[in-house]
Ligand binder design. Sequence first.
Ligand code: ARG
Length: 595
Amino acid sequence: MASVPSLAATVHQRVANALSAALPEAGSVDPLLRRSDRADFQANGLLALAKKLKGNPRELAAQVVGVLDGSAEGAGRPADDVVREVEVSGPGFLNITISDQAIVRTLAARAADARLGVPYAEHPGTTVIDYAQPNVAKEMHVGHLRSAVIGDAVVRILEFSGEQVVRRHHIGDWGTQFGMLIQYLIEHPHELDHGDEGEVSGEEAMSNLNRLYKASRVLFDSDEGFKARSRDRVVALQSGDEETLALWQRFVDESKIYFYSVFDKLDMEIRDPDVVGESGYNDMLDETCRLLEESGVAVRSEGALCVFFDEFKGTDGKPTALIVKKSNGGYGYAATDLSAIRDRVHNLKANTLLYVVDARQSLHFRMVFETARRAGWLGEDVRAVQLAFGTVLGKDGKPFKTREGETVRLVDLLDEAVDRAAVVVREKAQDLTEEEIAERAAQVGIGAIKYADLSTSAARDYKFDLDQMVSLNGDTSVYLQYAYARIQSILRKAGDTRPAAHPELALAPAERALGLHLDQFAETLPEVAEAYEPHKLAAYLYQLASHYTTFYSECPVLKAETRAQVESRLFLCDLTARTLHQGMALLGIRTPERL
Ligand code: ARG
């Protein structure tokens, strides 16, 4: 189905046309239309224009109103034209009121489309998105939560816009720490055996890895011989020794069991072929360094291969350098990321590279992007963006830690959120079985965590406060989920009476406000996709639920006076539910039919 132009877009066009009709010499002018409390829309663009033309803004406005009025009543125009009323206000604003019919007709067109009339992006391309990148043999923490939650929402939003999306989970699966782990496993060969029971749970996998990590660390710090053997093991790993690689693979596999269990809890689909960790670029590292050195982009400095920048200053205010190859010959994080860029641009044909990574890695990415530009790997036609996110804080406003000062395990947080949600669900539950309560609790609890993360702009830090997150009042996912479930219950109660648009009926103020907001969905999503700003979608949905709440308290639905009115209000209910459902789905949040 074709996209449905929003009322704002239609009005924008009408005012722009009226402007050029009234003032042909002005050329094309942006009427600067925005939603307004006074009327439905206000156009502010005439002020600047009048100033530019040294005219009187109120006079200019009156001229434009003349043209618009003419078009509203003029020959050949349908009597139900979009604009019902235009008036000049203040120093030269236009206050524009839309006709009720136009609102209902536009909404009916949205309702007839599976995409609710939301347009596809005008110029879709290929985005490679780097997100949900935990580290092998390490516990996941809240930082990994943010990358996963934000990344997942951005993937859904971009795909909905028609963009081709390639997902890359750049897991930390390489590095010197594996020397110690593998050496330990060689000397304690049964430590990762799964015995007869075969499959282990994610929790068990992680606790196996933790135990091994701790034990090998102790040995590494206390036993010089083990330390030396571990270092040799790193060399064996890097030179591709088969036995060593096979053992390394066991750590990766064991970690994946754990990762997948966490992503599963997060109700998030991560596909195995998309997991291309640091090790996936090993074969390219030599060449990456050679190309950088040959082109002079990188130079030798104290034995290391470095790229220097005057433009980026470190925390000490001094110009920084990106180390691509260490003086001991080892490759670092930067060499891998540079190789990944080559792969993503040349093989995956990315137009956009997106990195959902902690803001504390911003300097790294600035240097990596600039290096890739200098090397010619990132041409002008490719955008590279770090969607940098802030830190998750505890209630005390400091980075989120346990009382003992340790990083909080992500699984513990998720479990606690689900437990809290179960309390909330149970309180409200009337006809739910225990099984249903558990299912809803997961949807509510995980939704709450995701929503809290997505409803503040990614760049900002936010406080992790479960009490607030599962609260029924305020800007929470539970509030949105209840609004959705309430609508579903009304639709069930309506029985045979089906929702139907009735453009002939006049709208109550709360219906108008809800209707105009519903229409805005089609403008909100492209903006959200364009700027990678899921928080604006969250804000939109929250406002939608608030408009609905007002509508619900002011306009009886099933008890409305006439059958047509009942159908018309059911229509608004239904479209609200579908919009909520679609919007929440794009944030990765479920909308249960009953709560
Ligand atoms: N594994 C890293 C971490 O836990 C994040 C990886 C980010 N992606 C990248 N291409 N460097 O901090």
